[in-house]
Design a protein around this ligand. Structure first.
Ligand code: SAM
Length: 240
């Protein structure tokens, strides 16, 4: 899978050399390319921003610079990429969206800064490729780089071959619409706290039932919205 990230702070993406994503890149499973947006800016100052029409505080990233960058990056492959644009105004990032993106051959991430990107950049890109705006949550970051790191890491671990044991992703929180049950490892007793007996009994059906029940309890306590979504989608059968 190919992933391009366009940013004015390429150094911010250095963690993509580390851990699971770094290993996957070195193994040739992921082709991640980070581009400096200023490479498409002109003038002595290589400005990428200007003041917004209609007034207001802050600066906006300009259409000509982003347009040139996206034309070159998205036109540099054999296929058409999916453009992902981090913004607090996007639909929330979910495991379902991540799983869909992990099946794509090519993603391009456009990292905004300042007050964001001139809206025409996305209108123009939509004429040539699928575009999705994505929010990490209901808060405002200073730039899209952290969101790009989050998306690349979440997508990468679903790309075949990236995780040593693919079953671990299948059992993660959200894959069945619920939060994962609490988990334990050795020692059996630690600071007078014991691992639940059922997990040491060796009966897999009982363990599965226990995990499912804890998963439902935890989801009901912390994320009742997820239970509502399951109910709406599958009816009461979802909780068997
Ligand atoms: N003026 C924008 C608004 O109110 O929607 C906020 C701009 S923010 C200061 C600058 C950049 O940070 C955005 O263009 C986006 O790339 C990124 N960003 C900020 N919050 C984000 C979030 N919750 N999710 C994803 N990206 C975010």
């Amino acid at each position: 899978m190919r992933i391009d990230v366009v940013t004015i702070f390429p150094g911010y993406l250095a963690p993509l050399d580390e851990a699971i994503v770094g290993r996957a890149r070195r193994a040739g499973l992921l082709d991640v390319r980070v581009h400096d947006l200023r490479g498409w800016a002109s003038g002595v100052h290589k400005a990428v921003d200007d003041s917004p029409y209609g007034g207001g505080p802050g600066m906006l990233m300009t259409a000509p610079v982003w347009g040139a960058a996206l034309d070159e990056v998205t036109g540099s492959g054999d296929t058409v990429p999916r453009l992902l644009v981090p913004t607090p105004a996007g639909a929330p990032l979910t495991q379902e969206r991540v799983a869909g993106w992990a099946r794509e051959p090519w993603l391009v991430l456009a990292c905004g800064r300042y007050e964001g990107i001139d809206a025409r950049v996305l209108s123009d890109a939509r004429r040539r490729m699928p575009v999705e705006e994505v929010s990490l949550g209901d808060y405002v970051l200073a730039g899209g780089e952290v969101a790009a790191l989050v998306v690349v890491e979440a997508v990468s671990r679903l790309v075949p071959g990236v995780l040593g044991n693919p079953a671990s992703a299948e059992l993660d929180s959200f894959s069945d619409g619920l939060l994962e049950a609490p988990a334990y490892t050795r020692p059996e007793r630690w600071r007078d706290l014991d691992v639940p007996d059922v997990l040491r009994g060796g009966n897999h059906a009982v363990v599965d039932r226990w995990r499912r029940d804890r998963s439902l309890e935890r989801t009901a306590a912390v994320r009742p919205d997820l239970l509502d979504a399951l109910l709406a989608r599958h009816g009461a059968d979802a909780f068997d």
